[in-house]
Design a protein around this ligand. Structure first.
Ligand code: SF4
Ligand code: SF4
Length: 425
């Protein structure tokens, strides 16, 4: 039995459940939250502000959507989701300007917010400061209030275990919609206590909000690039409600995940795109496993959003308490090496058990467009000119003009399509 460093006590899975206590072995203890060098975080935020990949990598986004639309079922699912989601997005965009319905009493309403959020079905809720270090340049000023209520809504267990699949894609989209509707109700409750509140829909995410969830003590960043929380691991969707209410901030917690991922490595070993980094690096002032975007999106685009790194995570499947207790007792990662945890099927490619990975053609990764729409259009223009011996035709110029015009008019479209990228940081 390994020596225990500390016990983390968290609320139970559903509202009203008893608290759970999670033992963290001494060899997995690092720091609360994530190792960070605040001076570097400040410097990068000032000199190299973050920007959403829906702008910086828009060309591959369009390409991925066009591939997904070739899948008849997925095309219909996406259409249905867009139809249902639009009103929710519109409602959340108006939420910042709605006035409170009473005068505030001045009381701290942190516990009230948490109780209401749990009653509405949220799995995790924590409060921290809104933080411009983790805002996209294009979203500066979008969030109107200084406090961030961080909310995680659990995605159903069963369909998630079938990843990558149409069923998993359906539950993924519906979880985004359910949490948006619940957040609008939470915002109403905050207003009924005398304060403003703004629901920031995941389609309007102002930045890589996982950073705020870690600060609010709801979990730690996994090697897969998702937030890992105690009950559902990475199987949840995230959303933020900002407010000017009188609240108290939560503190980051050491769940042992930062070190455990280096022992576990299941997602790293099972990723079909070899897109996850085995070792941690320092990136923008934070120590983390960095995702290779260019090796992930080609797989996501062709295999139903992929998400295998979510499915194979033991914390997702068994919960952190079971995972840590098993590790403390045996020194082993629960489920590692089993078909149940590690196996998956890729449509048209077959089943891959522990130790087996698919092999892709050489242009599988290199054929993906890169950069924003302008960059990609200009790259293709130059390639055509080069292959034509330097000759530039009117057709080539017209095509370039069309692409540039399209990129100039795309702001609203970009904002409406951000949901699925919220988990990258
Ligand atoms: S989504 Fe798929 S390709 Fe991307 S990191 Fe996860 S397992 Fe790898
Ligand atoms: S699969 Fe293992 S390494 Fe990957 S995020 Fe989950 S716990 Fe961390």
């Amino acid at each position: 039995m390994l020596k225990i460093s500390h016990e983390v006590v968290r609320p139970g899975r559903t509202y009203g459940d008893a608290e759970v206590s999670i033992p963290i072995p001494e060899e997995l203890a690092t720091v609360p939250g994530i190792p960070a060098n605040q001076r570097e975080v400040d410097w990068y935020a000032r000199e190299y502000p973050l920007e959403t990949m829906n702008i910086t990598e828009r060309a591959s986004r369009d390409w991925a959507n066009s591939l997904r639309d070739q899948h008849v079922e997925m095309r219909e699912i996406r259409k249905e989701h867009d139809k249902l989601n639009t009103n929710l997005i519109m409602a959340t965009r108006q939420s910042a300007d709605i006035e409170p319905t009473v005068e505030p009493t001045g009381e701290d309403i942190s516990q009230g917010i948490k109780d209401k959020a749990r009653e509405l079905g949220f799995l995790e809720v924590g409060i921290t400061a809104s933080d411009a270090h983790y805002e996209y340049q294009s979203k500066r000023g979008f969030n109107k209030y200084q406090h961030a209520v961080c909310l995680a809504y659990e995605q159903d267990f069963e369909p998630t275990q079938t990843i990558p699949s149409v069923d998993a894609e359906i539950v993924h989209s519906s979880t985004y919609r359910t949490q948006a509707a619940a957040a609008l109700e939470l915002a109403n409750w905050i207003r009924s206590n005398g304060y403003h509140s703004q629901v920031i829909h995941s389609s309007d995410a102002t930045g890589p909000i996982i950073a705020l969830f870690v600060k609010a003590g709801l979990g730690q960043l996994g090697a897969c690039g998702y937030l890992l929380t105690p009950h559902a691991g990475n199987r949840q969707r995230l959303l933020m409600v900002s407010t000017d209410a009188n609240v108290t901030y939560d503190k980051p917690v050491d769940y042992g995940i930062h070190a455990f991922c280096q022992v576990c490595q299941v997602c790293v070993n099972r990723c079909p795109g070899r897109a996850l980094m085995r070792d941690k690096i320092w990136w923008r002032g934070i120590e983390k496993n960095k995702l290779y975007f260019k090796r992930c999106r080609p797989v996501m685009a062709r295999y139903l959003g992929c998400g295998i790194c979510m499915k194979v995570c033991p914390v997702q499947k068994y919960g952190l308490k079971n995972t840590m207790e098993h590790y403390a007792a045996t020194g082993q990662v629960l489920g590692k090496g089993t078909h149940d945890l590690e196996g998956y099927e890729l449509e048209g490619k077959g089943y891959f058990g522990p130790g087996e990975l698919p092999v892709f053609e050489s242009d599988f990764f290199s054929s993906m467009p890169h950069g924003n729409v302008d960059e990609w259009a200009f790259d293709r223009f130059k390639a055509k000119a080069k292959s034509g011996g330097g000759k530039i035709t009117d057709d080539m110029l017209d095509e370039l003009k069309e692409e540039v015009n399209r990129s100039l008019g795309l702001t609203g479209d970009v904002l409406a399509m951000m949901a699925e990228d919220q988990d990258y940081i």
